[in-house]
Design a protein around this ligand. Sequence first.
Ligand code: NAD
Ligand code: UDX
Length: 464
Amino acid sequence: MKIKNICCIGAGYVGGPTMAVVAQKCPNIKVTIVDINAARIAAWNDEDLNKLPVFEPGLDEVVKEARGRNLFFSTDIDKAIDEADMIFISVNTPTKTYGKGKGMAADLKYIELCARQIAQVSKTDKIVVEKSTLPVRTASAIKNILENTGNGVNFQILSNPEFLAEGTAVQDLLNPDRVLIGGDTTEAGQKAIQALVDVYANWVPNERILTTNVWSSELSKLTANAFLAQRVSSINAMSELCEKSGADVNEVSKAIGMDSRIGSKFLKASVGFGGSCFQKDILNLVYIAKTYGLTKVADYWEQVIIMNNHQKQRFSDKIVSTLFNTVSGKKITFLGWAFKKDTNDTRESAAIMVADNLLNEQAKVSVYDPKVIEERMYADLDYLNTRTEAKNRELLTVSQDPYEASKDSHAIAVLTEWDEFKTYDWQKIYDNMHKPAFVFDGRGILDVAHLRSIGFECYTIGKG
Ligand code: NAD
Ligand code: UDX
């Protein structure tokens, strides 16, 4: 079976870039990305490529090439489902905020809505692809809905989790370590797998396309994120020990990373991992383990989250204790709000918890981030419900310029590793700050020797 028409439900951080690359690499396939969020679709269709709703290096070029040719963004979900032979579901699967599994389980209501809509609209056979990250065995729930509420057409369900990281999404999609496709072991299932393999084979070498059964594919995604996050929590745990013992966490990372069994990636100590995936997926994994009665497995993975929360907490505690145990009324400048560099995404960013802690101490926080807009920062804080929206706007201010953001401040805190922070005129920043002027580098990116020569008092995560 040759795929000619793809529909992707969900035009977010995954659906948008992923399908843009599919369209670019498969000019003979019509790709339509749909979403219930009309503003998001309008932004994807904006003439001005700077206004795309997702910032990713290189994405504008991909969209420019394919949009209007074989890549379309639309709010007409029914039409796109009806026309497609293959439908990707790439909607959000956040942590549940209510009922059973609250704060742990993945909320599958958006997935279920998609399945019901596909069942209702489809008049021809379809391959339905899970692109969202889902608990293991979700495919059977989707299959149940499709088969019991549909119009008697045949559905094949595949799992094709996405491994892209934000900030490098386009590169990750163009040159993936692997593409994982899980499907039924039946003949029809194998044919569906092959149809999706053929799509990727337009640009991904065959040996990097891995096919498995559905459950292995679903569980591999949660496992990959758990392992990656576990590395960050492990090195962050060592960072605290480094600070006490006089070791340097960068030197420790390098020393252990040269062991080929450990490997050098994902060993950068930080103020804590953020992003929409790690926490959500580990909590989900913990929940699944508990559901099966695997308490020890659940406890093991939960430690990764506990360590991460501790890392964020101890960073704000360090700021308060260093500033003579009070930050009340003091201006503290945040460089960065995004959860990592080269993205405008702030979901679960460490900056949010660190800011909230400092605001509780009555600090005045001033933020500069090259890509994150003011409304997003306030929305992140308001979501916590710690204080009134008016109070958040009174205590936290947002600047478009790092020099203005740091003027008259007592301390600078680096929350995101944006490259431009390294190139600032730090003498100028120092001259306009209260003394003693402090820098808290939560990402270990600044040249501490240079800063100290200017007169700054410096703290870097993981350095004794
Ligand atoms: P997102 O919130 O950016 O996008 C999801 C989109 O789906 C939203 O625009 C929303 O309006 C839309 N949507 C929800 N319900 C819908 C419906 N019924 N019909 C049409 N549109 C609907 O989320 P995301 O970051 O793109 O993540 C999507 C999935 O991919 C999640 O399961 C996530 O875990 C997974 N994932 C994310 C990343 C990442 O880096 N962000 C990486 C790998 C996997
Ligand atoms: C992650 C996975 O990497 C990706 O495969 C999956 O598809 C989605 O989840 P993402 O969250 O976009 O991607 O970014 P990632 O590069 O993994 O970083 C996550 C967080 O960990 C960031 O806050 C980052 O700053 C932090 N991190 C990462 C560290 O603190 N140290 C590291 O060494 C690596």
